[in-house]
Design a binder for this molecule. Structure first.
Ligand SMILES: O=C(COP(=O)(O)O)[C@H](O)[C@H](O)COP(=O)(O)O
Ligand SMILES: [Mg+2]
Length: 415
C-alpha cells in the first residue's frame, strides 16, 4: 500500500480515546500552506517520510493525524498509543518533539500542550509524594513550604554551606537547597557537604522542634546520581534534587526507578528549560516540560514566579493548575516559585499561585542586611502573614527583620 503526506491530514478527524493529542503552533515555510506543513509534521513525527512509499505491511494504524487547524496557527496532531513504547519518555519525545523541530517545511514550530490518554500515562510512575511532601516529610502545614539556596551559589566550602543552612533553618525555612551548578566540586565536595549539612539540620530540628531537610543536588552521570541518592538516604535525607533538563529525561527516569525503595522525594530544578520554552513560536513549552516531569515522577518542580521574580516565566498559574489536575491517578506535583523572590513580593506571588506551593529564595534571604537568619525570619513572616490575611507592613510591626527587608527591597521586581 502507498503512504504519502496526504494520508496524515484529516481536518475532520475525531481522535480515539487512547490517542495522545498534541497541540502545535506552526508557522509554515513561506512556500507552504498550513495544511501541507501540518501533514508533514504528523508524517515525520510518526511513520512517514519525504518520499511516497509503497509498503507491503499495513502500517497506517501507527500513523499520526493532523486535524483541528486553526486561524491562530495551532494544529492538533493525534498519535495512536501503539506508536509508543510503554514508559519510555525519550521515545515519546523523539516522536512528538523530534525531527519536526528542524523541518524546513516549517519556519517555526512549538509543541504547546499534550493531552495524555490513560493508555500512556499509566505506564509512568508519576510522583511518589507530590504536594503531600508538605505534611508527610515537612511541618509546613497549610502554609507554603519554604526553601533557601545559599549564595554565592558556588564557592562556599562545606562548613560555611552547612552554617548558612543552620542559620536559615533556625530563621524558619524548612529546606536548604543546593544550587543548580553545585554538585561535587573541589571547593565543596558532595559527601562532606551532605554530612556536615545534615549534622546542622539535626541541631536545628532539636532546637526548633520542626522537621528540617535538605534538597541535595545529585546531578551527575546516571549511575553516580543513584549512588549519591543512596548516600543522601544513608545520612537521613528524604529529598534529592535533579537538574532534570540538563541531566536528561531518561536519567531522571532511572533515578526515580532505582531509588524507589529509598522513599526519597525528587526536587526538579529546570535549568536550561528556557532554551526550549522561551521563544513563543519555537521549541517546547514549559507546560509540556512540566508534563514530562510529572510523568517521570518528580515531586516538586520549578514553574516560576508568575512574573514577579528575576526570570522570564511562561504561564506559571496555568502550569501549576495542570500539575494539580487529575492525570489518570498519578500524584500531583508541588509547584516551586523561585528566582528573584524576596519578602516584599511574596504576597504578590502567592496571590497568583495560592499557598499550596514551595517558595524559595536565595538573594532574598542571604542579602538581608542583618544576615541569613534575619533574612529567613523575614521570608517566613511574609509567607505566614499572607496565609493569615495580613499585609507585609502589618506583620513587620511585630517582626523587625521583615521591616528591614521591606525597607531594603520594597516591592521591587529584581532583574
Ligand atoms: O538560584 C535560584 C534562585 O536564586 P535567587 O533566589 O537568588 O534568585 C534558582 O536557580 C532559580 O529559582 C531558577 O529559576 P526557576 O525557578 O525559574 O527555574
Ligand atoms: Mg539557582
Amino acid at each position: 500500500m502507498g503512504i504519502q503526506y496526504d494520508d496524515f491530514l484529516d481536518t475532520a478527524y475525531s481522535p480515539a480515546a487512547d490517542d495522545l493529542r498534541c497541540t502545535f503552533r506552526i508557522v509554515p515555510a513561506s512556500d507552504m500552506s498550513m495544511e501541507a506543513a501540518a501533514a508533514r509534521v504528523a508524517s515525520e513525527s510518526s511513520n512517514g517520510t519525504w518520499a511516497a512509499l509503497d509498503v507491503e505491511t499495513d502500517v497506517s494504524r501507527l500513523s499520526a493525524v493532523a486535524y483541528a487547524l486553526r486561524d491562530d496557527g495551532t494544529v492538533k496532531v493525534a498519535y495512536p498509543a501503539d506508536l509508543f513504547e510503554d514508559g519510555n519518555l525519550a521515545q515519546v519525545l523523539s516522536c512528538i518533539a523530534g525531527n519536526i523541530m528542524g523541518m524546513k517545511a516549517v519556519e517555526s514550530i512549538r509543541l504547546e500542550d499534550c493531552e495524555w490518554p490513560a493508555a500512556l500515562a499509566e505506564d509512568f510512575p508519576g510522583p511518589r509524594y507530590g504536594s503531600a511532601v508538605k505534611h508527610r516529610l515537612l511541618d509546613a502545614g497549610d502554609r507554603p513550604a519554604l526553601a533557601t539556596v545559599p549564595k554565592p551559589k558556588v564557592g562556599l566550602p562545606p562548613e560555611a554551606h552547612a552554617q548558612v543552612g543552620y542559620d536559615a533553618w533556625m530563621g524558619g525555612v524548612d529546606l536548604l537547597k543546593d544550587d543548580e551548578n553545585l554538585t561535587d566540586q573541589s571547593f565543596n565536595p558532595f559527601e562532606e557537604r551532605v554530612t556536615r549539612s545534615f549534622d546542622r539540620a539535626d541541631e536545628a530540628e532539636s532546637e526548633t522542634g520542626d522537621r528540617k531537610d535538605y534538597l541535595v543536588n545529585i546531578t551527575a552521570e546516571t549511575d553516580e546520581m543513584v549512588r549519591r541518592a543512596e548516600f543522601v538516604a544513608d545520612h537521613g535525607g528524604r529529598f534529592v534534587m535533579v537538574d532534570i533538563v540538563t541531566a536528561g529525561w531518561s536519567a531522571l527516569q532511572t533515578v526515580r526507578e532505582r531509588t524507589d525503595d529509598l522513599d526519597l522525594a525528587i526536587h526538579a530544578h529546570r535549568a536550561m528549560h528556557a532554551a526550549f520554552d522561551r521563544l513563543p513560536h519555537h521549541g517546547v513549552s514549559m507546560r509540556c516540560l512540566a508534563q514530562f516531569a510529572r510523568l517521570a515522577g518528580v515531586d516538586h518542580l520549578h514553574t516560576g514566579t508568575a512574573g514577579f521574580g528575576k526570570l522570564a516565566n511562561e504561564d506559571t498559574v496555568g502550569i501549576n493548575a495542570w500539575l494539580r489536575s487529575d492525570l489518570h491517578g498519578l500524584a500531583d506535583v508541588l509547584p516551586v516559585a523561585s528566582g528573584g523572590l524576596h519578602p516584599g513580593i511574596v504576597d504578590s506571588v502567592l496571590d497568583e499561585t495560592g499557598g499550596d506551593v514551595m517558595i524559595q529564595a536565595g538573594g532574598g534571604i542571604h542579602g538581608h542586611p542583618d544576615g541569613t537568619r534575619a533574612g529567613a525570619e523575614a521570608f517566613r513572616a511574609a509567607a505566614e502573614a499572607w496565609v493569615e490575611g495580613e499585609s507585609p507592613d502589618e506583620r513587620a510591626e511585630e517582626v523587625p527583620a521583615l521591616r528591614v527587608a521591606l525597607d531594603k527591597w520594597g516591592t521591587e521586581t529584581p532583574r
